[in-house]
Design a protein around this ligand. Structure first.
Ligand code: 0X9
Ligand code: ZN
Length: 311
């Protein structure tokens, strides 16, 4: 088990992923589909109690750290791995589902927040000049659904620059490829972000609801109930709903909307808890990591069970 009393640099997360794959070869397969812009491996685990490749079970996909500064998100992903592989207190989670967990979508950005600029959000690519020379694309604006329409900055130096083209970022192509490769059996996709204590669902660009809104709402309510049972009394209460309406601004080219657009029925963005205002909210004190990963796991379990009933 990894330590959950401090935020970990990329190498510690990767050492953990590697060790799980090595120690549980019958349950876990390590995949390194590509390297990041700066050449770091992007790693995810395929987890199955039977045979992942026979595609017999429904699948749940969880990713985190598209946004580099959202440090509470990779512990949630690694703790999910821990609960599925090393401490299976909910065996139905593996009997019923196969899982893909990708803890660090954006390793370049994540390292940059540790070594240089704590509140960096975007990737670190330098392929887009357009007069301005600024690194980085907002990975959660880089997907090909309503790309570059609302809630984006046309300035490459802006925090929500969507890139020069949809899927310009290799890190985002990795997420896209996982979605497409497993689309026929993916029942739920969770995109982990922070902060704000919210569970959000499509559509982010215009605030309208999809045909799956009722299932999304009831699943989110169940997840949040389970989180709340375990939550600290002084932490912010979770809110639930359409991402534009709840978060208060539109987004285009997000992973949540893209996944739902191509056919994943339950597609959620989690905004994990933060305390304080502004950028400080991204820097949740490390003493709360264990609390957040444990309460979030409770939500994931209940969400999975609901997904299993629905699809
Ligand atoms: O703006 C974002 O990308 C997300 N918030 S964050 O503070 N983590 O950057 C919210 C995205 C919600 N909307 C959609 N997923 N469509
Ligand atoms: Zn985010």
């Amino acid at each position: 088990e990894m330590a959950y009393d401090r935020y970990q640099p990329l190498q510690v997360i990767y050492d953990y992923i590697d060790s799980v794959a090595k120690n549980y070869p019958n349950l876990v397969t390590l995949v390194t589909p590509a390297n990041s812009y700066e050449g770091r491996p992007i790693k995810y685990l395929k987890i199955s109690s039977t045979n992942f490749e026979d595609k017999s079970k429904s699948l749940i996909f969880i990713e985190s750290t598209t946004h580099a500064r959202e440090w509470i998100t990779p512990p949630v992903a690694t703790f999910t791995i821990h609960k599925l592989v090393e401490n299976l207190t909910n065996p139905d989670m593996l009997e019923r589902f196969d899982w893909i967990v990708l803890p660090v979508v954006n390793p370049d950005g994540y390292e940059f927040t540790h070594n240089s600029t704590r509140f960096w959000r975007k990737t670190r690519s330098m392929d887009h000049f357009d007069g301005q020379r600024c690194p980085g694309v907002d990975g959660n604006r880089n997907f090909d659904f309503k790309w570059n329409t609302v809630g984006v900055s046309s300035n490459p130096c802006g925090e929500t620059f969507p890139g020069g083209a949809p899927f310009s970022e290799v890190e985002i192509r990795v997420v896209r490829d996982i979605l497409h490769e497993n689309l026929d059996r993916m029942v739920m996709y969770l995109s982990m972000h922070s902060y704000g204590s919210m569970v959000l669902y499509p559509w982010g660009h215009d605030g309208t609801l999809s045909n799956y809104a009722f299932a999304q709402q009831t699943t989110a309510v169940n997840m949040v109930k389970a989180i709340t049972v375990r939550a600290l009394p002084d932490f912010p209460k979770y809110t639930i709903g359409n991402s534009k309406l709840v978060i208060g601004y539109p987004t285009s080219g997000s992973s949540q909307d893209y996944a739902h657009y191509i056919g994943v029925p339950l597609s959620f963005t989690y905004e994990l808890p933060g305390l304080g205002r502004g950028l400080l909210g991204f820097h949740l004190s490390a003493r709360y990591i264990r609390q957040v990963v444990e309460e979030t796991w409770e939500g994931i379990v209940v969400g999975a069970r609901r997904a299993g009933q629905l699809y």
